[in-house]
Design a protein around this ligand. Structure first.
Ligand code: NDP
Length: 328
């Protein structure tokens, strides 16, 4: 029998946590033959709610679930962690300045990064979901100097999946016929979903669409503002699709991308495509054997360049702000 993989989830009692934990335990994160142990991290006031979720996980009698531990101390929750899903974050409340938001999240992600540094397993892989995800990932990474920098990633897979579906609908193909789509930049309103290298049923997507006005005025804003549209429609945030994207991100990272396709991940830049080194920005990546690589050599046209640069500029501003706060 295989040794269980330790999966730590923060903010486990939240909406995304509730949609996420059952799928991890049923084998969707790593595979139907990989046993898992769950470590749930919550703030003290939410530990009781996490215990309730753990009771439900018990009641599912998942064959792959080998244990559940609940903690309010990151040093305990990340002990021996192989995979860490950092979901809990400080949401922006009305009237909150960006500096206050970043500072509040620094208070969460800096100690979590340190705890990962000191206690996680050598093969730790980190996905940050809690917003502002890219910069929260940068803060955690900076607090973990002994962990290889590339193990810290931020989620843009939900944006990627949203863009795949919008493009499939527009061109009348099924989602599995959409390949090589890219989200560039920040997981924010400035993100850039790029279809210029994408394929729909084997044809270039931009040529198949052949409608730059649709791209600029419909596609990009629909993808970027989808979260707000869902809140407006269902009166609650897009927790289930966010949880699904977190599952997809880690599953792809661990198990690889298909031949002839790639995915989008927020990862520390190595300077590719003019994105300053160290910034956690979304790129097109292929994955294999638990490692990812940026897809190189794509030609970036003016339409794309402008939008990538704008989103990266926002990430640079966030970096300067957290530097000013002494968080990195
Ligand atoms: P959710 O579970 O709905 O969301 C958690 C985080 O995910 C938020 O930062 C949210 O950002 C982000 N997110 C990213 N993508 C999406 C998406 N598509 N849809 C919705 N959210 C998205 O929040 P809850 O308030 O229900 O739960 C948060 C939990 O975290 C609480 O139980 C709280 O106690 C806990 N927490 C735990 C901490 C810890 O473990 N140390 C620290 C802080 C909080 P956005 O705000 O932009 O929606």
């Amino acid at each position: 029998t295989r040794t269980p993989v330790n999966v730590t989830v923060t903010g486990a009692a939240g909406q995304i946590g509730y949609a996420l934990l059952f799928r991890i335990a049923s084998g969707h994160l790593l595979g139907a033959d990989v046993p898992v142990k769950l470590r749930l991290l919550e703030i003290p006031q939410a530990v009781k709610a996490a215990e309730g979720t753990a009771m439900e996980l018990d009641d599912c009698a998942f064959p792959l679930l080998q244990g559940i531990d609940i903690a309010d101390d990151p040093n305990v929750a990340f002990d021996g962690a192989n995979i860490a899903l950092l979901v809990g974050a400080r949401p922006r409340t009305k009237g909150m300045e960006r500096g206050d938001l970043l500072e509040a999240n620094g208070g969460i992600f800096k100690p979590q990064g340190k705890a990962i540094n000191d206690h996680a397993a050598d093969d730790i892989k980190v996905l940050v979901v809690g917003n502002p995800a890219n910069t929260n990932a940068r803060i955690a990474q900076a607090a973990a100097p002994d962990v290889p920098i590339e193990r810290f990633t931020a989620m843009t897979r939900l944006d990627h999946n949203r863009a795949v579906t919008q493009l499939a609908k527009k061109t009348g193909v099924s989602v599995s016929d959409v390949k090589k789509l890219t989200i560039w930049g920040n997981h924010s309103a400035t993100q850039y979903p790029d279809i210029f290298h994408a394929e729909v049923a084997g044809k270039n997507a931009a040529e198949a669409v052949n409608d730059e006005a649709w791209l600029a005025d419909t596609f990009i804003p629909t993808v970027a503002k989808r979260g707000a549209a869902i809140i407006e429609a269902r009166g609650a945030s897009s927790a289930a699709s966010a949880a699904n994207a977190a599952i997809d991100h880690v599953h792809t990272w661990v198990n690889g991308t298909a031949a002839g396709d790639w995915t989008s991940m927020g990862i520390p830049s190595d300077g590719s495509y003019g994105v300053p080194e160290g910034i956690i920005s979304s790129f097109p990546v292929t994955t294999k054997d638990g490692k990812y690589e940026i897809v190189q050599g794509l030609e970036i046209n003016d339409f794309s360049r402008q939008r990538i640069d704008a989103s990266v500029a926002e990430l640079v501003e966030e970096r300067e702000a957290v530097k000013g706060l002494g968080l990195i």
